[in-house]
Design a protein around this ligand. Structure first.
Ligand SMILES: [Zn+2]
Length: 248
C-alpha cells in the first residue's frame, strides 16, 4: 500500500493540513478533509474522482472543513459518489457540521456519498479492497469532549499501518497494543513543543521505543518550518514530507 500525505502540518499552518490519501490496491482512501483540501488534493496529483473512499477522524476544521466543498464538487461537477465511512457515534455531529450546506432541497448525506456506518473495535473491522480497516477510539484523548479515532490498516499478509490522527494522551490509547513484528509504520501526531492537544515528540519516542523500531515512526501534524532533518537525526524517527509517496 502507498501513503501520500497531502499536507503534514497543524491546524494553523500556512501550508496544508495533515490529510492523507491511502492507496489500497485500486481504492484510494482519503483520510480527513481540511479546509486546505481544495489545493492539497490537486497538488498531490489527484482529482476528486480518484477518491473512492473517505474517512473523517474528527471534527476539527483542519480535518473536516473541506468536506462540504469536496462533496459538492463530487456531486455537481463530477457526478462522482465516493464511499463515506462514518463512525456511528459521530454521525449526528458530522451531519451537523456539513448538513447546513449540503442538505438543501431535501438532500441527505446519501445523495453525496455511499454512506456506511461503522464502529470502533476489532469486531467492527471492515474491508476496503483486500485491506482490513479498524477504527481505534481516541475519545477525549485529543481534545476533551471530542470524539475522535485513529486507524489500523492491515494487508492480507497481516502487515499493518497505524495512524493515530490527532492525539495528545497517547499513553491512554491502545495503539501500542497493535504493534507487532509485522507493523510497517506508525504515523503519529507529534508536537515539538508541549501542547495540551498533541503528543510531545520526546514522549512519543520514549513511549514506543521498546515496542517498535524508531525508523518505523512517521511523525506528522508538526509545526511549520522546524528543522526536521536535525530532529530526525536526534530522535531516529521520520518526519513525513508533503506529497512524498510512502510505499510499504
Ligand atoms: Zn484535531
Amino acid at each position: 500500500m502507498k501513503v501520500i500525505p497531502l499536507g503534514v502540518n497543524g491546524a494553523f499552518t500556512k501550508y496544508y493540513h495533515n490529510n492523507y490519501v491511502f492507496e489500497l490496491g485500486e481504492r484510494k482512501l482519503l483520510v480527513d478533509a481540511g479546509t486546505t483540501l481544495r489545493y492539497s488534493l490537486k497538488e498531490a496529483g489527484y482529482e476528486e474522482t480518484d477518491i473512492t473512499d473517505v474517512i473523517i477522524t474528527h471534527l476539527h476544521s483542519d480535518h473536516v472543513g473541506g468536506l462540504e466543498e469536496f462533496a459538492q464538487r463530487c456531486k455537481w461537477i463530477h457526478n462522482h459518489k465516493p464511499n463515506l465511512w462514518v463512525r456511528g457515534r459521530m454521525m449526528d455531529e458530522l451531519e451537523e457540521v456539513v448538513g447546513k450546506g449540503l442538505f438543501t432541497d431535501g438532500l441527505t448525506l446519501n445523495d453525496y456519498f455511499n454512506v456506511f456506518t461503522v464502529e470502533c473495535g476489532f469486531r467492527n473491522r471492515f474491508k476496503i479492497g483486500v485491506y482490513a480497516i479498524e477504527l481505534i477510539e481516541t475519545d477525549d484523548l485529543h481534545a476533551k469532549n471530542m470524539k475522535s479515532f485513529g486507524l489500523n490498516i492491515e494487508s492480507p499478509n497481516e502487515e499493518n499501518i497505524l495512524f493515530t490522527s490527532d492525539i495528545a494522551k497517547h499513553e491512554q490509547a491502545v495503539f501500542k497494543h497493535f504493534v507487532t513484528y509485522k507493523t510497517v509504520a506508525l504515523f503519529h501526531d507529534v508536537s515539538i513543543v508541549r501542547n495540551p492537544v498533541h503528543s510531545y515528540l520526546e514522549d512519543v519516542v520514549n513511549y514506543y521505543k521498546d515496542v517498535i523500531d524508531l525508523n518505523k515512526i512517521y511523525a506528522m501534524h508538526y509545526q511549520d518550518d522546524i528543522n526536521i532533518e536535525a530532529l530526525e537525526k536526534q530522535y531516529g524517527v521520520h518526519f513525513v514530507r508533503p506529497r512524498k509517496v510512502y510505499e510499504f
